[in-house]
Structure formats: structure tokens, C-alpha cells
Design a protein around this ligand. Structure first.
Ligand code: ZN
Length: 61
């Protein structure tokens, strides 16, 4: 059977920029963080599909 797990969205500090909203670009200049778009926080949610099957070691044909 397939079981669906869902976590409701949560506001968390953006890990990519550490909550500053800006990151250092390749050329050393400050850029707006693409993950939080400058707000320093992100909404994180999660969805998982679990496939659960019975374990039958003696059920060989
Ligand atoms: Zn960010």
C-alpha cells in the first residue's frame, strides 16, 4: 500500500543565506538570495510517499 505523509508548511530561517536575504555571488558582489528572494525566511513543507509491502520470506513460488 502507498501511504502519504504530509507536513504542513512552516516558516523557517533561510539556510542558504542564513536569514540575511543576501548571498555572495561568484564575482564577490552581494546578490539577493534566490531561495528566499531577499526576505531571509522560507516556507518549508514536505510531502512523502511511503510504499509499504508485506515481508513474506517463505512465500516463494
Ligand atoms: Zn535566503
Amino acid at each position: 500500500m502507498i501511504k502519504k505523509l504530509k507536513k504542513s508548511p512552516k516558516v523557517a530561517v533561510c539556510l542558504r543565506c542564513g536569514g540575511h536575504g543576501r548571498i555572495l555571488g561568484k564575482d564577490g558582489s552581494q546578490q539577493v538570495c534566490p531561495q528566499c528572494e531577499g526576505s531571509g525566511r522560507c516556507v518549508v513543507s514536505c510531502e512523502m510517499l511511503l510504499n509499504i509491502e508485506p515481508f513474506k520470506p517463505y512465500d516463494k513460488k
